[in-house]
Design a protein around this ligand. Structure first.
Ligand SMILES: [Zn+2]
Ligand SMILES: [Zn+2]
Length: 100
């Protein structure tokens, strides 16, 4: 987790919002549950953003994009081995290719 103030005021202290803390009968901390993610900059009161979650989200998107890879297929029309992405036509003769 890497919290930053959304106004970039330089504040380094943040308060968790919407977290429910469980305690036992003696008031001992038992655990907590984040009802809704949210943090507040204690310096200026602006909402804070968790930058630590951003790289993860970006990496997931990259992995999805790289899942689409070009394939080597033998064109049935011009009988040329071509490298195409799914949905593309033969770059040599323009014939529609069916990728299996
Ligand atoms: Zn701030
Ligand atoms: Zn072709």
């Amino acid at each position: 987790m890497w919290l930053v103030c959304s106004l970039r005021c330089g504040g380094t202290l943040f308060r968790t919002l919407f977290a429910e803390v469980d305690v036992d009968s003696g008031g001992q901390y038992q655990g907590h549950r984040v009802v809704q993610p949210g943090y507040l900059c204690l310096n200026c009161g602006a909402p804070a953003i968790d930058l630590g979650a951003v790289p993860d989200a970006m990496q997931e998107e990259e992995e999805e994009e790289s899942a689409v890879t070009s394939m080597d297929v033998l064109c049935p029309i011009c009988e040329t081995l071509v490298s195409v992405f799914p949905g593309e036509e033969c770059p040599n003769c323009g014939a529609a290719l069916e990728l299996v």
